[in-house]
Design a protein. Sequence first.
Length: 180
Amino acid sequence: MADSTVLVLVGSLREASVNRQLADLAAETAPAGVTFERFDRLGELPFYNEDIDNESVPEVVAALRDAAARADAALVVTPEYNGSIPGVLKNAIDWLSRPYGNSALKDKPLAVIGAALGQYGGVWAHDETRKSFGIAGPRVVEDLELSLPTQTLDGKHPRESAEVAAKLRDIVGKLVAEIG
Ligand SMILES: Cc1cc2nc3c(=O)[nH]c(=O)nc-3n(C[C@H](O)[C@H](O)[C@H](O)COP(=O)(O)O)c2cc1C
């Protein structure tokens, strides 16, 4: 397989984020030749505003779109906040959805996974993230799913769960296989 790059977006800004740990583990399970590029500046993005979405967008917006343009696929790893998408991630989706009809992620395969405290592991947030990205431009790979209740990790790094590591390896392998 040709070398490829996967853009990784994490919907939690928290230092000890379980979702960031999941993203790290996903990168560790990647097949040879696949580079994971995590964009860690979602918290710096201004709120989406059409008035500033012009030829001189803020530097951080240009950096996000450049990272998306370099990528061949994307992996979104997010918790659920109040039954939905964390605001910081929704804001990034809005920036990535423009230029309208010509997103830097247009037609690229994208998978949504993550962990949350509740018994359903954030499935509402994951479904809504799929819905929103499905409108924004990328090609959402709907059947790549992992909504992990954090309690199943028992306070440990996801790396210590052979089951979670195997599931991530499977998802990453299938996501990369979707690259055209
Ligand atoms: C503002 C806020 C809202 C939350 N709402 C939900 C929720 O609706 N469902 C849920 O399962 N967990 C909810 N949680 C708990 C998060 O799932 C939990 O804190 C998770 O570990 C956050 O992910 P992180 O470790 O990657 O930061 C909420 C947490 C916060 C801070």
